[in-house]
Design a binder for this molecule. Structure first.
Ligand code: EPZ
Length: 420
């Protein structure tokens, strides 16, 4: 029996919520811990299922791992394996981020080809080209990638600013002898967080956050220490929930600059948004109006991960908003479920037209991916009546203690069944 979330909507959300550490920063940082023959301490690392999968990979490789709440200690003094088990690759396709770190530390790496996921095909050609540019040889052996080689620093130009390929290249380059210049690098804040952790290990990395990252590789490394940045997508999700349900909410533990592409849309739709050093306060007292067209794009553009929850908030209101999803091929799977709740949304390829309706009603809906599931929670909080949300295993990948946080903000939310 898998878990179900029951939400009785229509109650405003008031109060303050501290955002947990960023999943998409913790994952590459945990992979990076493998690079140093020492012990690393990583704080604000939420025990999400994707983090648990990464810890399982580190243990499989021979690291000893200790977890106390949201603090993780990784001792990578003596890794003994260089493969990522198929089951873990299937469980979390972003395990491909271990490729650069395993190859950099062990001189060889083996992992099964990460398949596509709910968001569509998830190719890794840019990862492969980056590793090959550094001197790694990659063989395709029946769905398995076998990589080996002594890595040497090079100039690498990514075909597109892929977050994962940027991270894989950085991790491999830290172990490569000499200087690597990574051009057209992704500029996401999580890349900057990874640079900070790598520097704490003694690595020489600069330029993260810009399109050119320079790594002086081959330096001796030691265990690092880092507190993971707040999760900007979780913050955007909470703010979207306040916009949908109404109320006065402050999210803390996050850098407001990381949220600005999203908070500007919520402000345009009629919310009052006030940013301070490590928090954003949103007040929504009237129905939302629409906003200018939302085109998802690499940072600092509008983040694709915030598209589903923002769509859910704008589905109820008086305006019409055009979404263009430029990053993933199939990131509108939450639309059918929102329509079951009374939303008026039409999808044509990468374009979704959201016509605000006066109100949504509760329904039995099913999450089919992580942020699509978040969209259903946002919609249910602003809907009249009760919703039943299934597929919570998707939500558990990226949201820690979601139902408790929402209850503390005044929502009527209950999770039943045994945790899957
Ligand atoms: C990261 O995925 C995030 N995941 C995603 O978050 C996020 O949506 C994405 O970046 C974009 O911001 C993690 O950090 C663990 P990409 P990643 O490589 O690295 C294409 C969430 O909900 N591409 O920047 O896989 C790819 O198909 C998740 O938390 C290639 O063509 O994203 C996609 O269309 C979902 N070849 C685009 O680039 C490649 O070799 C962006 O992908 C790699 C990617």
């Amino acid at each position: 029996m898998s878990d179900v979330l029951y939400v009785r909507g229509g109650r405003p959300l008031n109060g303050s919520v501290r955002v947990h550490g960023a999943k998409n920063s913790a994952l590459p940082i945990l992979a990076a811990a493998l690079l140093a023959p020492g012990t690393s301490v990583i704080r604000n690392c939420p025990p999400l299922s994707d983090v648990e999968a990464s810890l399982a990979i580190l243990r499989h490789l021979g690291c000893s791992v200790r977890q106390e709440g949201d603090a993780v200690t990784v001792d990578a003094s003596s890794p003994v394996r260089c493969d990522v088990p198929d089951a873990l690759m299937r469980e979390m396709r972003s395990s491909v981020i271990f490729l650069g770190a395993i190859l950099g530390r062990m001189g060889e790496a083996e992992l099964s080809y990460p398949g596509g996921c709910e968001l569509g095909p998830r190719p890794i050609d840019l990862h492969r080209k980056a590793i090959q540019a550094l001197g790694g040889t990659i063989q395709d052996a029946g769905g398995h990638l076998r990589c080996s080689g002594r890595l040497v620093g090079r100039e690498i130009v990514l075909g597109r600013p892929s977050v994962g390929a940027t991270e894989n290249a950085m991790l491999a380059a830290v172990a490569a002898a000499g200087t690597t210049v990574l051009c057209n690098a992704a500029r996401e804040p999580e890349i900057v967080d990874l640079q900070t952790f790598l520097r704490s290990m003694g690595a020489s990395v600069r330029g993260a956050g810009s399109s050119v990252v320079v790594i002086e590789g081959g330096r001796p490394l030691h265990g690092g220490e880092h507190t993971v940045m707040g999760d900007r997508i979780v913050a955007c999700t909470y703010l979207a929930a306040a916009a949908a349900a109404g109320g006065d909410m402050t999210v803390t533990g996050v850098d407001p600059r990381h949220l600005s592409p999203v908070t500007s849309v919520l402000a345009e739709a009629g919310c009052a948004v006030r940013s301070e050093e490590d928090r954003v306060r949103l007040t929504a007292l009237a129905p939302l109006s629409g906003s200018r067209p939302i085109h998802t794009a690499p940072y600092p553009g509008f983040p694709t991960d915030a598209q589903p929850p923002l769509m859910a908030a704008l589905a109820k209101g008086t305006g019409t908003t055009l979404f263009v999803e430029n990053i993933f091929e199939s990131r509108y799977r939450h639309v059918d479920e929102l329509v079951r709740m009374g939303a008026d949304i039409r999808v044509e390829g990468r374009v979704a037209v959201v016509c605000g309706v006066p109100g949504l009603h509760g329904a039995a809906v099913e999450a089919s991916d992580l942020r699509g599931g978040a969209a259903l929670v946002v919609a249910a909080l602003g809907a009249r009546g009760e919703s039943r949300i299934g597929g919570l295993r998707h939500l558990d990948r990226g949201y820690w203690r979601l139902e408790q946080a929402l209850r503390d903000l005044g929502a009527a939310v209950e999770r039943t069944g045994t945790r899957a």
